[in-house]
Design a binder for this molecule. Structure first.
Ligand code: PNS
Length: 169
């Protein structure tokens, strides 16, 4: 009998809200795509929150951004991340660490996830320096107040935000 292990090629899951995807996220995905055979961007479906973009819209945008990267996949998930990772037979969870302020929350999550699934490692990656101050929350705030977000998010994200704004006006 052959032992049942993960499929060939290590899969890293990069989970998050991605509301919206920023260039900081893109930076992490590209670094991750160099390290792992496959990267799965997992968009959290959180019915409790009022997101700017629906989960399907976020998936569509992210797929478009990475359409030239055959080893980058995009999906949605709900419920426990470790359950989803188990189902997808992932080897690691990848999270971006921008500053020390991220550390405590990320450390708590990583250790809780390890408690729930000891075989699943969390790997932290640092984005390029110019993205260390970037967050989806700030992007929404700045854009909503008329500030420029060019260069901070992929062009398709900016276009989609503009469309949303038009629809809400
Ligand atoms: O982009 P975010 O909002 O910082 O991502 C947070 C995310 C999606 C990684 C986290 O909220 C999560 O994993 N949610 C799924 C539910 C879960 O597993 N919670 C326990 C985490 S220890």
């Amino acid at each position: 009998m052959t032992p049942s292990g993960p499929p060939p090629g290590r899969l890293a899951i990069f989970p998050g809200s991605f509301d919206p995807l920023t260039n900081g996220h893109v930076d992490i995905v590209l670094r991750c795509a160099h390290l792992f055979e496959r990267v799965l961007i997992a968009v959290l479906v959180n019915p409790g929150k009022q997101p700017l973009f629906t989960a399907d819209e976020r998936v569509g945008i992210i797929r478009e951004v990475f359409r030239e990267y055959p080893n980058v996949e995009v999906d949605t998930f709900d419920g426990l991340l470790v359950e989803y990772a188990r189902r997808r037979r992932a080897s690691a969870i990848v999270r971006g660490l921008r500053a020390v302020s991220d550390f405590e929350y990320e450390f708590q999550m990583a250790l809780m996830n390890r408690h729930l699934e000891p075989t699943l490692e969390t790997v932290f990656m640092m984005p390029a320096e110019q993205y260390t101050y970037l967050s989806s929350r700030l992007i929404k705030e700045v854009f909503g107040l008329g500030g420029a977000v060019q260069g901070l998010v992929p062009p398709i994200v900016e276009d989609s935000m503009r469309k949303k704004q038009g629809m809400r006006a």
